[in-house]
Design a protein. Structure first.
Length: 258
């Protein structure tokens, strides 16, 4: 089991962000965490990465039980994370190659000497994602799509057991978005692929590799299950409390407000 959350709630600065979350994710299952802005998606991800600890409930991530052992870096080295919060912490004048290498140490910036194997792996990842041509450019000079490819390569440096993609295509143009989604599908197709969690508030970004979906609303699990059962007109009309129609194109859902 990759994740096991039982009646997990989270209170921060006097405000309840999550309420009685029950969620189990088996190894190699790929899930979408779907909800509007403010639903609690980021708070939940911060808990999974042990930046927050649950106020109540029982929580196990990759075999580590919260509250019964020291976590922090030990757990985070098993998790690859792509998020806007992480991106803001990176050094803009670091080269793309250095950004990727830093993933081997789960550090912001490169302060240790990478081994030859690490360098070779970083080069292989940059080549696989079509990013080797800008390996020596500084991060701040890259386009948003190029930055996302570098972040995904960085997240894979440690062969994570869990890969968290927090709205990775937000702000990308159509072509860049599709390139990143293709990369994610390629990662998921590999025999040694990690468990994938993908957060979004855009239904059309949900690719076929994500066969399970959790609908999160106001910090509470609205419902969860197979993606094709969650992303229906009836379910999402209830979820949004307004009439919507779901149409499937190329195995991806698209929403229309009626």
């Amino acid at each position: 089991m990759s994740l096991d959350l039982k009646d997990v709630s989270l209170k921060r600065n006097g405000k309840w962000l999550l309420h009685s979350v029950n969620w189990q994710v088996k190894e190699k299952e790929n899930w979408v965490l779907y909800g509007l802005n403010g639903a609690g998606k980021t708070a939940l991800l911060n808990m999974l990465c042990s930046y927050y600890f649950p106020t109540s409930g029982e929580m196990t991530v990759l075999g580590h039980v919260f509250g019964k052992e020291a976590l922090g870096e030990k757990l985070r080295k098993k998790i690859g994370l792509i998020s806007a919060g992480l991106e803001k912490k990176l050094h803009p004048d670091d080269r793309a190659f250095e950004i990727v290498l830093s993933g081997a140490f789960a550090s912001i910036g490169l302060y240790e000497s990478p081994t030859d194997d690490m360098r070779e792996k970083a080069i292989d990842l940059l080549k696989a994602f079509g990013s080797i041509k800008y390996a020596n450019r500084t991060y701040e000079t890259l386009s948003q799509g190029e930055k996302q490819k570098v972040l995904i390569a960085r997240a894979l440096m440690n062969d994570p057991e869990l890969l968290i993609l927090d709205e990775p295509v937000t702000g990308l143009d159509f072509l860049a978005r599709e390139q990143v989604l293709d990369m994610i599908s390629m990662i998921a197709s590999k025999p040694d692929a990690p468990t994938l969690l993908y957060t979004t508030h855009h239904a059309e970004d949900i690719s076929p590799v994500f066969q399970h979906t959790l609908l999160l609303k106001e910090g509470t699990v609205f419902c969860k299950g197979e993606t094709k059962q969650m992303m229906t007109s009836d379910t999402l009309t209830s979820f949004f409390n307004c009439p919507v129609e779901v149409m499937w194109r190329n195995e991806r859902p698209h929403l229309i407000k009626l």
